[in-house]
Ligand binder design. Structure first.
Ligand code: NAD
Length: 368
């Protein structure tokens, strides 16, 4: 049994997100319905070894003749060099616009493959088969694709929506526990943004999802995809409401950058968790949300084994963090935009955060 969710919006063809256990077995039939042509699976070496055979078997059993193309695992593959190599292979395979590309992997593979698909012959269809929890609840839905440059992350990209997303909960069984917890941070984030009962469930009987319980994971992924797709449907290009999905990200991204994007110190999901904790404490400090709500938000994140204080990650400077948060540009008139909250499930976009008060708050959090 699987659950079908639909993503639609003014600017793109609607598509389905299928969530369930073992759904990769049906992937071939679904893709055969989208194309009679060729299929190229792009993956990373780790995921290709673990889950490539099942994906290829499913495609072959539907009469397709797939090829698989791999990139090295890790963020470094979101580069011009790998993008060029992937596109060069697609050209060598003589793919045309009737053919289809499958992104099998985490957010790195999804972002790189999505961008290659957006660029190849001005746009070719692609299907997301996300294999990390982060990719299942976040990056595979919504059509943002990108690579990094030495000047920063995700600076070169395109909006290119997938034709379908196939989310198989069973592939999470091979995911290292720290990666699972990192994805759980994005799940908790969805509750913190707009669904307090969901957050309560995630921190109570649903909490076993963070340690791999498949039924809890399935329910958490379904609700997360519903929340993300509802927001994307309203605002694909992040003109307004989609910015809510950045809860915890402005703090988190600044921390990742200050720590040199070193995943051994802080993964992206851990940075988001710490960022959410800081966003709630800052909201409480500004009198926007009660101390009790902030405490509950932080306790829920900490109970999942995620970092919630600067002391857990290292030494960072308050001014340096503020500069990063302002996007390396000077904040406009001493103000910047942050996602804050009036309570759990009540996040909002605050476009006039006072930089001086933010720096003071960061010092109260233990920043230099
Ligand atoms: P990732 O793709 O690097 O995967 C993490 C690691 O897990 C890799 O080493 C990978 O080989 C391994 N892995 C993946 N699936 C596995 C499985 N089932 N079993 C065992 N190992 C597995 O990282 P990620 O956290 O999935 O994604 C991070 C990326 O996503 C970042 O580049 C970020 O910018 C991007 N992102 C994009 C969006 C978006 O909207 N496009 C949103 C959030 C994050």
């Amino acid at each position: 049994m699987s659950t079908l969710l639909s993503v639609s919006g003014a600017g793109f063809t609607p598509y389905e997100v299928e969530v369930g256990r073992g759904v990769i077995a049906g992937l071939g039939v679904q893709i055969a319905a989208l194309t009679g042509g060729r299929v190229v699976v792009v993956s990373d070496e780790t995921v290709a070894a673990l889950h490539g055979p099942a994906v290829l078997a499913s495609l072959e059993s539907a009469g397709l003749k797939p090829r698989i193309l791999t990139v090295p695992p890790g963020e470094a593959s979101k580069s011009f060099a790998e993008l060029e190599r992937v596109i060069d292979r697609l050209l060598a395979y003589e793919l045309d616009r009737k053919d289809i590309i499958v992104a099998l992997g985490g957010g790195v593979v999804g972002d790189l493959t999505g961008l290659a698909a957006a660029l190849y012959m001005r746009g070719i269809d692609f299907v997301q088969v996300p294999t990390t929890l982060l990719a299942q609840v976040d990056s595979s839905v919504g059509g943002k694709t990108a690579i990094d440059t030495p000047r920063g992350k995700n600076l070169v990209g395109a909006f290119h929506q997938p034709r379908r997303v196939t989310v198989d909960i069973d592939v999470l069984a091979t995911l290292p526990p720290r990666q699972l917890r990192s994805g759980w941070a994005e799940v908790l984030k969805h509750g913190l943004i707009c669904d307090a009962p969901f957050f309560d469930w995630l921190t109570d009987e649903g909490a076993i999802g963070a340690t791999g319980d498949a039924a809890a994971l399935e329910r958490a992924v379904i609700r997360s995809v519903q929340i993300k797709s509802a927001i994307v449907s309203e605002d694909e290009r992040e003109a307004g409401r989609r910015a809510l999905l950045n809860l915890g990200h402005t703090f988190g991204h600044a921390l990742e950058a200050e720590l040199g994007f070193d995943e051994t110190i802080l993964t992206h999901g851990e940075a988001v968790a710490l960022g959410c904790a800081m966003a709630f404490r800052y909201s409480a400090a500004l009198g926007l949300c009660s101390d009790d709500q902030a405490r509950r938000a932080v306790a829920g994140l900490a109970a999942a084994g995620l970092p919630t204080s600067l002391a857990e990650v290292g030494d960072v400077g308050a001014e340096a963090l503020v500069r990063r948060m302002a996007g390396d540009k000077k904040a406009e008139n001493g103000r910047l935009t942050l996602i804050l909250a009036r309570g759990i499930g009540e996040a909002f976009v605050e476009r006039a955060v006072d930089v001086a008060s933010l720096a003071e708050f960061l010092r109260s959090e233990g920043a230099r």
